[in-house]
Design a protein around this ligand. Structure first.
Ligand SMILES: Nc1ncnc2c1ncn2[C@@H]1O[C@H](COP(=O)(O)OP(=O)(O)OP(=O)(O)O)[C@@H](O)[C@H]1O
Ligand SMILES: [Mg+2]
Length: 219
């Protein structure tokens, strides 16, 4: 399943409250208005099985989980998502906009929880069949600012990670640093946007410009 097809695959990454969902929605509306066939989706989730896994992973009632158990659940959701949704859309030539993907697993389960990165690369590769994003937007925000934004709008039943971070700020710092490490490793596909200091409008203007240029280049 290595062949990605003629589509264009964009992922949005970053810690809680960094602006992923906001900008994914705006980008999707913008592309729809420009008559570019697009698909908006998210992880964990994006399929009926994936949404059930999402409930399990994000609900505070699930409590602490072994990091590898967490990883396997995420990868199961990802496998279903890639085979049922992402790959067919890319094959059909669509622009796929996905909130969180393989880099989230490297940042949270790897840099955050200490699961060996080699395990995660292997599992990511198995789950995706080798599909890699064409472009990854990293929304970088100060953890304190992001958490405050996230608590103000996330439903109680999806606050498992936020609650953990409040009790352990170091963890979120490690995740953020992990993302920045990934940018150094894969500079060709990452674009970093600072959302602590830039307004939603400024951030979106930058995102829109970047994506438009990339899509034009691709023809
Ligand atoms: N650049 C910005 N400046 C100010 N507020 C912002 C900015 N970007 C997003 N916000 C606001 O921050 C809140 C969180 O944004 P959003 O839900 O898009 O984040 P997220 O990365 O999807 O978070 P989560 O991981 O918790 O789902 C929203 O209320 C949004 O309007
Ligand atoms: Mg979100």
């Amino acid at each position: 399943m290595n062949n990605k097809g003629p589509g264009f695959f964009i992922t949005l990454e970053g810690i809680e409250g960094s602006g992923k969902t906001t900008h994914a929605r705006r980008l999707f509306s913008f592309l729809e208005e420009a008559n570019v066939p697009s698909l908006l989706t998210r992880e964990p989730g994006g399929t009926p099985v994936g949404e059930k896994v999402r409930e399990l992973l994000l609900n505070p009632e699930s409590g602490a989980m072994d990091p590898l158990t967490e990883t396997f659940l995420l990868e199961a959701s990802r496998r279903e998502h890639v085979t049922e949704v992402i790959s067919p859309a890319l094959q059909a030539g669509k622009v796929v906009i996905c909130v969180r993907f393989t880099d989230s697993t490297l940042a949270y389960q790897g840099y955050g929880r200490g699961v060996p990165l080699s395990h995660l690369h292997c599992l990511n590769n198995i789950a995706t069949g080798g599909i890699v994003p064409d472009l990854t937007l990293l929304f970088d925000v100060e953890p304190e600012v992001g958490l405050a934004r996230s608590f103000s709008r996330t439903e109680e039943k999806e606050l498992r990670f936020e609650k953990e971070f409040l009790a352990n700020k170091e963890f979120l710092l490690a995740v953020r640093d992990g993302y920045l490490q990934l940018v150094k490793e894969y500079p060709h596909r990452f674009m970093v946007v600072n959302t602590t200091e830039h307004s939603k409008e400024e951030v979106f203007a930058l995102v829109r410009e970047t994506i438009w240029q990339k899509l034009e280049k691709r023809g």
